[in-house]
Write a protein that binds this ligand. Structure first.
Ligand code: 5RP
Length: 263
C-alpha cells in the first residue's frame, strides 16, 4: 500500500484497529431528516467521541468548522431521492478534484446489489476506485438495500461485501446480521457496521455493535441510532466505550444511563 493511502486509512482507523464513524449523509436522498435539520449543531457535542464524519460536500462546506473537524469520509454517490421511483439509480456526484480540494480522508458510495441498477452501481464503484487510487484515496463501498430491509442476512451481505472488495473497495460498510462472521471472514478488506433505522433502546444498539466487533468488524458507521437518540452525547459516549474501551454492552449501557442522568 502506498504511503498516502496508508496515511489516510490511519487517520480513520485508530491504533487499536477500531473506528467510530458518524454517518450524517442522510439528507442526500432524504432531505431534512429528523434531528439532522441542523447538522453542524447536531455534531458539535459529539466530536470528542467520533473518529470521522460521513458527510456530503454540501453539508461539509456549509456546516462543519474546517478548523475543528474530524477526518472526513465524503459521500460521493447520489442523484436520487426518497420521493423518486428508484433509490438504487445512483451516480457519482463528486469529482476527484473536489474530493482532494476538500481534503477527504476517504470516499463512500452505495451499491445496491441484486437491484435493476446493479451493473451501473458496480461500474460506478470500479470507476471511483480507478480515480481515487491514483491519488491514494481509499474508497468505502456501502452495501445498500434501499427499502428492502429484509434482505439483510449473512448470505446476501457476504456476497455484497465480497463483490465490493473484489472491485477494489478498501473498506466495506454493511449491516449487522446473525452469524456476522460469515460476512467478515469472506471479505478481504475491513468491514464497518452500518446502523439502520433507530432501535427501541440504546442497549440494543450496543449489543449488535459488540456482537459485530466480536465477529470481526473493525467499527461502525452509525447515524440515526446516535443523533436520533434522546441523549445523543450519552449514546456516542457509550458507543465509544464499546468500540475503543472494550466495554461490554451492559457496561456501555450503564455508562449511557449515567451520562444521560448527568452523573
Ligand atoms: C445512507 C447511509 C447512511 O450513512 C447509513 O445508513 C448509516 O446511517 P444510519 O445508522 O442512520 O443507518 O449510507 O445511505
Amino acid at each position: 500500500m502506498d504511503w498516502g493511502i496508508q496515511n489516510r486509512m490511519a487517520q480513520l482507523i485508530q491504533p487499536d484497529g477500531h473506528c467510530f464513524f458518524l454517518a450524517m449523509d442522510h439528507g442526500y436522498f432524504l432531505g431534512p431528516t429528523n434531528k439532522l435539520e441542523q447538522p453542524g449543531e447536531m455534531v458539535r457535542p459529539l466530536m470528542p467521541y467520533v473518529d470521522a464524519l460521513f458527510v456530503t460536500r454540501g453539508v461539509l462546506r456549509a456546516t462543519i468548522d474546517a478548523a475543528a473537524s474530524k477526518p472526513i469520509v465524503l459521500r460521493v454517490s447520489g442523484g436520487v431521492s426518497i420521493v423518486g421511483n428508484a433509490l438504487e439509480n445512483e451516480g457519482i456526484t463528486t469529482s476527484i478534484r473536489e474530493v482532494i480540494r476538500l481534503n477527504a480522508s476517504a470516499v463512500g458510495l452505495s451499491v445496491f446489489i441484486g437491484s435493476d441498477y446493479e451493473r451501473q452501481n458496480l461500474l460506478n464503484l470500479a470507476q471511483l476506485v480507478n480515480e481515487c487510487e491514483d491519488y491514494g484515496i481509499p474508497v468505502m463501498a456501502v452495501t445498500a438495500v434501499g427499502k428492502e430491509m429484509e434482505k439483510r442476512d449473512a448470505r446476501y451481505l457476504s456476497l455484497c461485501c465480497r463483490i465490493a472488495a473484489e472491485l477494489g473497495a478498501r473498506a466495506v460498510k454493511t449491516y449487522w446480521c446473525e452469524d456476522f462472521e460469515q460476512v467478515t471472514e469472506s471479505c478481504p478488506v475491513p468491514v464497518v457496521i452500518a446502523g439502520g433505522p433507530k432501535c427501541e433502546t440504546l442497549l440494543e444498539v450496543v449489543e449488535f455493535v459488540y456482537d459485530g466487533l466480536q465477529r470481526g468488524a473493525i467499527g461502525v458507521n452509525l447515524g440515526r441510532n446516535v443523533w436520533q437518540d434522546a441523549h445523543p452525547v450519552a449514546a456516542a459516549r457509550a458507543l465509544h466505550a464499546v468500540i475503543h474501551e472494550q466495554a461490554t454492552p451492559q457496561q456501555a449501557y450503564d455508562l449511557y444511563l449515567s451520562v444521560k442522568n448527568g452523573d
